[in-house]
Ligand binder design. Sequence first.
Ligand code: S3P
Length: 172
Amino acid sequence: MIIALTGFMGCGKSSVGRKLRTLLSCDLTDLDSYIEDKTGRTIREIFKNDGEAVFRQIEQGCLKQFLDTPEEGEYTILSLGGGTLMTEDCRKMVREKARCVYLRATVDTLEHNLHFGVESRPLLAGGDLREKIMAMMEKRGPVYEETADIIVDTDGRSFDQVAREIAGALVR
Ligand code: S3P
């Protein structure tokens, strides 16, 4: 079973993914890193030189490639990018081939977590961080919620607590 972690940038997908990997003794792939490996380019570079639309096409192709690869072991964790599910075909693939877990966080938590992570995230560069998060979450929040099979609230909780809740929900 592929467990796809989704949620806004800074919600803790990578950190929770690492904890969950330990709990489930399984593989973990970060879609952004997978894209960087496959293309030999960084996410920043792709955004800077080719723009978001090209990035989304590459992201979709890499997601398909990953989901089409035969699985080894009972579980495989895939940490999606915060915007992956905004592409309709990506949502379809995730619904068909994975169990999707939404790590839900409030704007306050996201703003706090992203304070030092803006550099590596092209979509958040420049302008007022909080306003950007609010505007993007207005569109993305409902999409994450309707795509997810499991929703876990992350505010005020450790990565370990969140990972344990996911592990519990998976076996239920
Ligand atoms: C994006 C999130 C990033 C990365 C890219 C676009 C987004 O991943 O895929 O910068 O649209 O939210 P993380 O959510 O892992 O930061």
